[in-house]
Write a protein that binds this ligand. Structure first.
Ligand code: AMP
Length: 190
């Protein structure tokens, strides 16, 4: 099964994706994690994207599409992927559909985690204090939320139109959100 965990930054996508990896053996494909690994390794790509990410802006579609494409064979071998933080633009969504259709492993489900903006701001303040992730600073986070609202939220009608979208309340505890996600997956499987 291929599914997208969809939602604004700090909605809990990474936490829930890690749990699905542990319980279902799927592969977690987070473009944010891949880009941070490039930065940490000091690669040419990492150097190109570091400033963009720190400011909270989006890196180019071509870069993230290539990163995802390189990992699809691994996901296919594991029986499916959880896409986290990808796609973030309509061009990325179209590219993902084309790549998955080409492999005859189409997208099954898009699970949207709904969390209100005030809760996101509180979560990210806590996360910034804990992890010191540079783009969790209040200025960059504001940019990331704005990018989500202008570039990424328009994917919701796209996936709704393709009958792929399920919405889940992301405001509960980690366990509550996890069981709503499990229910959404089982409903789709049935
Ligand atoms: P994330 O960990 O998903 O919040 O991503 C951290 C940052 O990496 C984002 O704020 C963007 O700068 C960049 N990034 C991650 N995924 C994408 C994507 N699909 N498209 C463009 N930029 C991305």
């Amino acid at each position: 099964m291929n599914l997208i965990l969809f939602g604004p930054p700090a909605a809990g996508k990474g936490t829930q994706a890690k749990r699905l990896v542990a319980t279902r053996g799927m592969v977690h494909l987070s473009t944010g994690d891949m880009l941070r690994a490039e930065i940490a390794s000091g690669s040419a790509l990492g150097k190109r994207v570091a400033g963009i990410i720190e400011r909270g802006e989006l890196v180019s579609d071509a870069i993230v599409i290539e990163l995802i494409e390189a990992r699809l064979p691994e996901a296919e071998a594991a029986g499916g992927a959880i896409f986290d933080g990808f796609p973030r633009t309509l061009a990325q969504a179209a590219a993902l559909d084309a790549m998955l259709d080409h492999r005859r492993r189409p997208l099954d489900l898009v699970i949207r985690l709904k969390v209100d903006d005030q809760a996101l701001l509180e979560r990210v303040a806590g996360r910034f204090a804990e992890s010191g992730r540079p783009d969790d600073n209040p200025e960059s986070f504001k940019v990331r939320l704005a990018e989500y609202n202008t570039q990424t939220a328009p994917l919701l009608p796209y996936y709704r139109g393709h009958k792929k979208l399920t919405e889940v309340d992301g405001m509960g505890s980690i366990e509550e959100v996890a069981s709503s996600i499990d229910a959404a997956i089982e409903t789709r499987r049935a």
